[in-house]
Design a protein around this ligand. Structure first.
Ligand SMILES: O=C(O)CCC(=O)C(=O)O
Ligand SMILES: [Fe+2]
Length: 288
């Protein structure tokens, strides 16, 4: 089956029939990418300046309501960036309200990001190398079992696609990598939190998700051999994905916006399809 399910919407506040809402929710929970080829995010006149000129090398410029803009270079206008990402956060919420109203009361707003740097050829450590297939897990921000739901839009001004690779289903990832994952050290979670390395308690779930993330990226034979589908997201397109279950890699592209939402597992139509439930079934013990 195709890893992408396309949904034809051309407004962020579209009115969606109940059948379309149900199909979208099921596609996401089954580990598909929901692709909105007709839904683009429009920049304001003054925001085009953010797409050219020096970026200061920042891979991710982020914004959060309480912390403001982080990661921007001296050439960037922080107020302009904040306004852009705040608008993206709002519009992505409007989109989720249209398409996934059952999730809406449960969504917790995470980071917004603006990604102005070309992915191809970017120098990074293997662990941060998003050109390798991986599932998402945030070392400093444990989700404690909550789902990572992300909305992306390609805003490249001159036609460059954002090229992704999509890999094997999560069940296969867990089958392959979980048996050799190290157990969490007793006391490690408390220490990490105490040292402010994590913002909250790293649960066993977060520990194992990080192990999967790292093991996938570190295994070059796996990267070469696993099933993989390439997909190019053109400018003017948006996509939604639970990046904690979908094996993904971003190969090339420049200028994207991304909004992260966290969703408690109990808000899913089928909580048994969460990575938390899948890992707990495989390890036969609770992980939060
Ligand atoms: O920037 C992208 O297109 C996706 C990179 C990625 O893997 C991520 O943000 O988790
Ligand atoms: Fe990722």
């Amino acid at each position: 089956m195709s890893p992408l399910v396309d949904v034809s919407l051309n407004r962020w506040d579209a009115r969606c029939p109940a059948a379309q809402q149900a199909a979208t929710k099921q596609a996401l929970e089954d580990g598909h990418v929901v692709w909105l080829p007709g839904l683009g995010f429009d920049l304001r006149q003054e925001e085009h300046a953010l797409l050219d000129g020096a970026t200061g090398g920042a891979k991710n410029i982020s914004w959060e309501p309480r912390r403001g803009v982080r990661g921007h270079g001296p050439a960037h206008d922080a107020a302009l960036l904040a306004a852009l990402m705040q608008r993206y956060a709002r519009q992505s919420r409007t989109l989720l309200a249209s398409l996934l109203p059952a999730y809406l009361p449960h969504l917790q707003q995470g980071r917004s990001s603006f990604r102005p740097v070309e992915i191809a050829g970017r120098a990074t450590s293997w662990r941060k190398d998003d050109t390798r297939l991986h599932v998402d897990s945030f070392p400093a921000s444990p989700t404690q079992g909550r789902r990572i739901l992300r909305v992306f839009s390609n805003i490249h001004p001159h036609g460059a696609p954002r090229v992704w690779k999509l890999g094997a289903p999560f069940a296969q990832v867990a089958q392959r990598f979980l048996p050799s994952a190290a157990r969490p050290w007793p006391g490690a979670a408390a220490l990490l939190q105490c040292l402010h390395i994590t913002k909250s308690r790293r649960t066993p779930y977060d520990h194992y998700m990080l192990q999967l993330h790292d093991a996938m990226k570190a295994d070059l034979a796996y990267q070469a051999q696993v099933e993989q589908h390439m997909h190019a997201f053109a400018p003017g397109q948006t996509w939604i994905v639970f990046t904690d279950v979908v094996s993904h890699a971003a190969l090339r592209g420049q200028h994207a916006l991304e909004q992260t939402w966290l969703l408690p597992v109990k808000a899913m139509a089928e909580p048994g399809k969460s990575p938390l439930a899948m890992l707990e079934r495989q390890l036969k013990r609770p992980l939060t």
